[in-house]
Design a binder for this molecule. Structure first.
Ligand code: BDR
Ligand code: CA
Length: 307
């Protein structure tokens, strides 16, 4: 059993990550925190609370930071006005935990034995960076950080920068700069997790409310991506990070120190992975190859367990 804090900005693919975390029997979802990213903090928190209501999530849900540490936020273009593509949830939300998301992260980590809680950030890294600055002891206390963001080959928001990292590059630099184990599940990996028509047909056949929601969300998302280069289907980024925690054999990784570009004019937010001869104690690694069939089996199995 793995205990995680999911820090998210739902977000279509964040929603799928939450479903996987809520339903997989190998995950104890200890807390859900939200961060401004794909949409405003108000919208992503509302989405998280309604998703939690729909999925029967009992973990506390708390709102974190409403803007990046330094930069001006720019909401994502592919998640639409609601943050969930063409979908607006109307079911009852779960209550909002009164703590700030950063405090909930710190308290959840420190409430368990050292080496138990894994942080899974799948949005901009603002909350995680703030948590480290507020309570540095969490660095020693967490088991690891498995984040969706960055990439070592190409970007999506710019030629070289990925959305989560570019939204708050200073926060990312803090997170990659700490000595805790970090796995960067970046675009090189998540561009392998495409919701092809065959995958969507399998999800539609599941028949649960959660599965129907995924099909509705990914439909509009697919349109947005087809306009670009993903003709087979849209990449479903965020559940890849949760999947790695559940079953690390799904993803091959390579060790490399990672530096976040903070001053480049054309390269701001780039995650520079240095594959040249990493030191044996290098604490960062990047995700390289996904076992695509087993990944979708895992997601679909989770959708079957949900309401
Ligand atoms: C990341 O950016 C967001 O739009 C997605 O939710 C994902 O976390 C992909 O670049
Ligand atoms: Ca996200």
């Amino acid at each position: 059993m793995r205990t995680i804090v999911l820090d998210c900005d739902p977000g279509l693919d964040d929603a799928v990550a939450l479903m996987l975390a809520a339903a997989d029997p190998h995950i104890e979802l200890a807390a859900v925190t939200t961060v401004a990213g794909n949409q405003t903090l108000r919208k992503v928190t509302d989405n998280a609370r309604r998703l939690a209501g729909l999925l029967g999530v009992t973990a506390p849900v708390a709102a974190g930071c409403g803007r990046p540490l330094v930069r001006t936020p720019a909401w994502s273009t592919v998640h639409g006005d609601s943050g969930l593509g063409g979908v607006t949830l109307t079911n009852d939300p779960v209550g909002l935990d009164p703590r700030h998301g950063v405090d909930l992260i710190i308290e959840t980590v420190l409430a368990r034995e050292a080496g138990v809680v894994t942080l899974v950030p799948v949005g901009p890294l603002t909350n995680i960076a703030m948590a480290v600055r507020k309570e540095p002891r969490i660095v020693e206390h967490v088991r690891e950080v498995v984040l969706m963001g960055g990439g070592y080959h190409a970007g999506n928001r710019t030629a070289v920068a990925e959305f989560n990292i570019l939204t708050d590059p200073e926060a990312a630099a803090i997170v990659f700069g700490e000595p805790w184990p970090v796995t960067m599940v970046g675009l090189d990996l998540t561009w392998q997790a495409l919701a092809t028509p065959a995958v969507l047909a399998r999800i539609a056949a599941v028949g649960t409310a959660a599965a129907e929601l995924v099909v509705a969300m990914l439909g509009s998302y697919g349109e947005a991506y087809r306009a670009h280069r993903f003709t087979e289907g849209p990449p479903v980024h965020d559940p890849c990070a949760v999947a790695y925690v559940i079953d690390p054999t799904l993803i091959t990784t390579r060790r490399a120190p990672i530096t976040v570009e903070l001053t480049g004019t054309a390269t701001l937010g780039m995650t520079v992975a240095d594959f040249r001869d990493p030191e044996p104690d290098c604490s960062t690694q990047v995700a390289v190859d996904l076992d695509v069939p087993r990944f979708w089996d895992l997601v679909i199995e989770a959708l079957r367990r949900l309401p």
